[in-house]
Design a protein around this ligand. Structure first.
Ligand code: G3P
Ligand code: CA
Length: 257
């Protein structure tokens, strides 16, 4: 993998937005598993997006929901379960028999497998526990793996971004917004440190992208798989798109669909 691919958030001249596989190639494999992340790499994604939270024993586990109920064969709140119990769960069968036995990965395992090979967007998912130590644990692990230039931290909770900036200003930050907290895109958002805005795609316009680029901020938008939407985001000049099927997004941008 060339240095250019992992060199982080520098402004580059690209003919298309970077493709981040949302929760891995989650249209084709169980979300937030190594199977989904490795498939995203095989399909040509530029990066992966994942969700991380703390276990009861303060380990970094990759999962989207506050409970394990939807994506595993277990029940309960992630924050109340120790890592050993979470690792016993089957995180693949809900998606399909071919994935039976897939585990919930630790962030360390993902870094081990793909660190330095793809961009990794880590969403800090401590919305139920906004004062926990998730941000500092993620930063310490990112430093341990020397991935400061290819990991992008994001969160809907801007306090996580302030904490991250204080702990390591080198690591790039994305401020997530959605239509219901759109005010974070205005003056309120400007008091928090971030390098990229991560808005829901229906909030994106050419004017928004131009305004943020003029402030040297990037725009990565989620979650898009429809060809028309992907092409419109490219026309607006966004820097990255989060999609569930990176092969589809690549084909759209290469004019094959
Ligand atoms: O990073 C964009 C997206 O992942 C945020 O929404 O719910 O899929 O984590 P969600
Ligand atoms: Ca996410």
């Amino acid at each position: 993998m060339s240095d250019a691919i992992i060199s982080g958030m520098e402004e580059e001249n690209r003919s298309r937005p970077l493709i981040y596989a949302h929760r891995g190639a989650s249209a084709l494999a169980p979300e937030n598993t190594l199977a989904a992340f490795l498939l995203a790499q095989r399909l040509g994604a530029d990066g992966i997006e994942l969700d991380v939270m703390l276990t009861a024993d303060k380990q970094l586990i990759v999962i989207h929901d506050d409970t394990v109920d939807r994506t595993t064969n277990g029940h309960g709140k992630v924050a109340e379960m120790p890592l050993a119990a979470l690792r016993e769960l089957d995180a693949g069968s809900y998606f399909g028999e071919a994935f039976r036995g897939e585990k919930l990965p630790t962030l360390s395992e993902v870094y081990e497998a793909l660190g330095g090979k793809l961009r990794i967007n880590v969403e800090l998912k401590n919305y139920a526990h906004p004062l926990d130590a998730l941000t500092s644990h993620v930063i310490r692990l990112t430093e341990k793996f020397h991935l400061e230039d290819s990991v992008l931290l994001s969160s809907f909770n801007p306090l996580n971004l302030s904490r991250a900036h204080m702990q390591n200003p080198q690591i790039k930050l994305g401020l997530l917004t959605n239509p219901s907290n759109r005010r974070m895109q205005g003056s309120l958002g400007r008091i928090f440190p971030y390098d990229a805005l991560h808005p829901y795609y229906t909030d994106v316009s050419a004017e928004m992208v131009a305004r943020l680029h003029a402030s040297h901020k990037q725009v990565n938008t989620y979650t898009i798989d429809a060809p028309d939407d992907l092409l419109r985001m490219r026309a607006y000049g966004v820097d990255g798109v989060f999609c569930n099927n990176p092969a589809n997004a690549l084909a759209v941008f290469e004019g094959e669909t």
